[in-house]
Design a protein around this ligand. Structure first.
Ligand code: 7PM
Length: 266
């Protein structure tokens, strides 16, 4: 899954696809073409940053960023398009415009979101987050992070089924870095196989995240974002061996090559 960030402020691909207050359509299409050539199977487009310091984006602004890009990608590419949003208005519009999946870091917990998803025929990715983006890294706490994430994902899957979303439409994601310390992320990562036993495809996003930077830190210096590619790649291979099915990444060529080699040699 290739990340196409349509925000001015995303952390490791800061505004690359943004110009003059909106997504730069030419830049997005060029990046999308490159992602396809490099082996991507899914696009993930998002217009609201989950970065802790990011300014909140209004519903209209978020729709204005995402929908024209969705239309342009639909017109030019065959790949399924995932829309990274928690906003039920955008969910409905994206469904109408032919998006294949809603990727919601709030697991459809916002008012109206589960109904909007249920009214469409899109797949949904339910992600675990402890707290809210602005404050989630201020002292996250768990008794057993894997058990708690697993129970949460099961409860959101159940809520989807009750709302009329067939379980077959649901993808699950432990949400690396979302309300988790490095120790929590490591513990959770080691038990990805336990989460795979929930019986739904797992999506894993570790690309360029701080857990990679921290694991690779030297002499107290955290590895900067652009230098986390190899570490992220190793993580993606391990996650796949533990049962992950979708890898969300900024680094499509490296990831696709590694996963193709893994598939050939295992
Ligand atoms: C700041 C904090 C900037 C976090 C960017 C991020 C995931 C996601 C994101 C994930 C799913 C990033 C994240 N991460 N959706 N959206 N899973 N399903 O590193 O791990 O891209 S945003």
């Amino acid at each position: 899954m290739a990340i196409l960030n349509l925000t001015p402020d995303s952390f490791s691909d800061g505004g690359e696809l943004f110009a003059a207050g909106k997504p730069d359509l030419d830049a997005v299409l060029k990046r999308a073409e490159q992602a396809v050539d490099e082996g991507a199977d899914i696009f993930d487009i998002g217009g609201e940053s989950t970065r802790p310091q990011a300014a909140a984006v209004g519903s209209e602004e978020e729709c204005a960023r995402v929908l024209p890009v969705l239309d342009a990608l639909k017109e030019r590419f065959e790949l399924p398009i995932s829309v990274d949003t928690s906003n039920p208005v955008l969910m409905r519009e994206a469904g109408r415009a032919g998006a294949a999946m809603i990727n919601d870091v709030r697991a459809l917990e916002r008012e109206g979101a589960i109904g909007a998803a249920a009214a469409s025929d899109m797949a949904v990715c339910l992600m675990h987050m402890q707290g809210q983006p602005g404050t989630m890294q201020l002292g996250p706490r768990y008794d057993d992070v894997t058990d708690e994430v697993s129970a949460y994902l099961q409860s959101r899957l159940d809520a989807c089924v009750v709302a009329g979303i067939d379980a077959e439409r649901v993808v699950l994601d432990p949400g690396f870095g979302f309300g988790k310390t490095l120790a929590h992320n490591i513990q959770l990562f080691k038990h990805i196989d336990q989460l795979a036993q929930l019986g739904r495809p797992l999506l894993i996003g570790v690309s360029r995240k701080s857990m990679i930077g921290s694991i690779l830190s030297k002499g107290g210096t955290i590895r900067p974002e652009k230098e986390r590619v190899f570490g992220g790649l190793a993580s993606s291979l391990i996650a796949t061996q533990k049962g992950a099915r979708i890898i969300r990444t900024h680094d499509v060529l490296a990831t696709a090559d590694a996963l193709n080699v893994l598939a050939a040699l295992s």
